[in-house]
Design a protein. Structure first.
Length: 480
């Protein structure tokens, strides 16, 4: 049960708030959390936290960037309007601040808390799942790993899972941001924002890439691309990750440079599509030797794009169903995904896809048995997308297998013969001892390897989120 507190009562030590309380009213209330809960670990545990409209805000006043850190993003009231919410932790409580709002009804507070609880997996069912997983995986228990960040709504998770497919991570970030820009154009910026307080959300520093036009090719050619993509000795310009990831905030930054193209090693097995064309001209910004990946966001960073466009909340089905696929493809750069996004929104609005039934199955694990088959019937939802959505719903028994899974199994587990055709079976066999939490065990390994490579992801400067790619995992760090 949430308790409302005085607007001036919560002022964590060293906190750098993005608002001036004398200029605008705010509503604060608290939400108890389970023993041992860490907001940082619950948020910075899955790549969705890097995607708009989420903003993980870190402090620059302390050597420990996690002190006074908080999550900021728009959330919805009962009437569908968006308000800016800031979520921080104070001991065994979360403090939820609704910015620029004087009064909230009890029903609106409950609506906000439901979204917060879903994002951070605070339900009793999720807590039970995490406890059961910890019984099987003592290292995960010791590290406080188990809650994987997700969206306030199942619909947002469904769309973001589509955005993961057949493209680089940079492109995924850009598409999510573009959809939030579209929502702001349609409905206006979330309540609580003012232009003079808006910061900038650093986006990828390169032009938007294009979807690769795939042509039918013999199996040998596809395998050749896979082998070339995953070959650890592939000749590309070296990125010195040790120097740029492990530096402190006090270290001087070197000038950036453009290096060889890097693409996310994953998610391109969807719908039977062969691996992407690795000769794509798409390039991504990578910092040079000595340049720190860690830094602090500017004020309200998640709500203004790198191009200066105001970012709203993630759009709802009702907000998207009025747009056709051609418009979404052009305006938001969704490519072929636009048709799937448009059809999903319209199918939910006309009742063809029963979103409430899926949401009910999320809360009742016993009803999930036929959810996967229902998801696979939705236009554009292949095995990877469906498995990823099931993970977001709390079903961890299926690993969404992609080229990043292939890389991980080859590089970490020595399964050098793992291919697109065998990866699902090999992953299932490898993580079978953790059934029914196979994905949690897999993700514990994968996320841990990312942090070994890039440093603490909760401290990563958002302008370098696009560097967070599987391609860089194939490079051995070297000293400065």
């Amino acid at each position: 049960m949430a308790a409302e507190i005085n607007a001036g009562a919560f002022a964590p030590e060293n906190a750098e708030h993005n608002f001036e309380k004398k200029e605008r009213p705010d509503v604060h209330f608290v939400l108890p959390v389970p023993s041992g809960f860490s907001l940082e670990k619950a948020v910075c545990s899955y790549g969705f936290f890097m995607m708009a409209p989420n903003a993980w805000v870190t402090s620059s006043s302390s050597s420990d960037c996690t002190l006074s850190s908080y999550l900021e993003r728009p959330l919805r009231l009962l009437d569908g309007s968006a308000v800016l919410a800031s979520i921080s932790q104070s001991n065994d409580e979360l403090v939820v601040c609704i910015v620029g709002v004087e009064v909230l009804s009890d029903a609106d507070k409950e609506k906000i808390l439901t979204q917060v609880e879903r994002m951070l997996r605070l339900s009793q069912a999720e807590s039970f799942t995490i406890g059961s997983f910890h019984d099987l995986h003592l290292q995960a228990k010791e590290d406080g790993f188990g809650r994987l960040f997700r969206s306030p709504t199942l619909f947002e998770d469904m769309i973001k899972s589509l955005l993961l497919c057949n493209c680089g991570w940079k492109r995924t970030l850009m598409m999510a941001r573009a959809l939030c820009e579209l929502q702001a154009e349609l409905k206006g910026s979330p309540s609580g924002l003012s232009d003079k307080k808006l910061g900038r959300m650093e986006g990828p520093r390169t032009p938007e890439g294009r979807d690769v036009k795939r042509k039918a090719c013999p199996k040998k050619g596809r395998y050749s691309k896979t082998r070339r993509f995953l070959e650890l000795n592939e000749t590309v310009e070296h990125v010195n990750m040790a120097a740029i990831c492990l530096g402190t905030q006090e270290e001087k930054l070197c000038k950036p440079k453009q290096v060889a193209h890097i693409e996310m090693a994953g998610r391109d097995l969807e719908n039977g599509v062969s691996l992407r064309d690795l000769d794509s001209k798409e390039k991504a910004y990578v910092p040079s030797k000595g340049e720190a990946l860690h830094g602090r966001r500017n004020d309200l960073p998640g709500f203004v794009s790198g191009c200066g466009s105001v970012i709203g909340d993630f759009p709802t089905p009702e907000e998207l169903c009025c747009f056709d696929a051609k418009f979404l493809a052009k305006r938001c750069g969704l490519g072929y995904r636009a048709e799937s996004v448009s059809k999903l929104a319209k199918s939910i609005c006309d009742g063809t896809v029963d979103l409430q039934l899926l949401e009910h199955a999320e809360r009742e694990p016993s009803l999930r048995s036929d959810v996967r088959s229902r998801l696979l019937q939705i236009h554009g939802f292949g095995p990877f997308t469906s498995a990823n959505i099931l993970m977001c719903m709390g079903d961890y028994s299926i690993i969404p297998a992609d080229t990043e899974t292939i890389r991980h199994l080859r590089q970490v587990h020595g399964r050098l013969k793992c291919t697109a055709a065998t990866v699902a079976d090999e992953a299932a066999t490898l993580y079978a001892p953790y059934e029914p939490y196979q994905f949690l065990s897999y993700w514990f390994e994968l996320w841990g390897s990312y942090e070994q490579r890039f440093g603490k992801l909760s401290c990563m400067d958002p302008q370098f989120y696009n560097v967070f790619t599987g391609r860089n995992m194939s490079r051995e760090p070297q000293g400065p």
